[in-house]
Design a protein around this ligand. Structure first.
Ligand SMILES: [Zn+2]
Length: 90
């Protein structure tokens, strides 16, 4: 960088005056948890008063996937059974 391109502190500060982060604008869902506006709720699966995500089925699917991954890891020898118990307890 040459001197011609150098920016003084004032110009740097002016540029960085737009760098501040703002918090996410959260709204309270009818189930009581917070969600992003214009977005389906992750905890109850509702949007605009009607259910658009089957939360129960999603949770079941997730537990099934986790179980299958655990068995795959155990069979490949990457994780031992007593180690797995520690992770489930914590
Ligand atoms: Zn909700």
């Amino acid at each position: 960088m040459v001197v011609r391109m150098r920016r003084n502190r004032s110009e740097t500060a002016k540029r960085r005056s737009h760098h501040a982060l703002t918090g996410a604008a959260l709204v309270k869902c009818e189930c009581g948890s917070y969600r992003l506006p214009h977005t389906a709720c992750a905890s109850c699966g509702k949007y605009n008063g009607r259910i658009v995500i089957d939360v129960v089925a999603r949770a079941k699917r997730q537990t099934r996937r986790d179980k299958r991954r655990q068995t795959a890891l155990r069979e490949s020898g990457q994780i031992s059974e007593d180690k797995e118990k520690e992770t489930t307890q914590s």
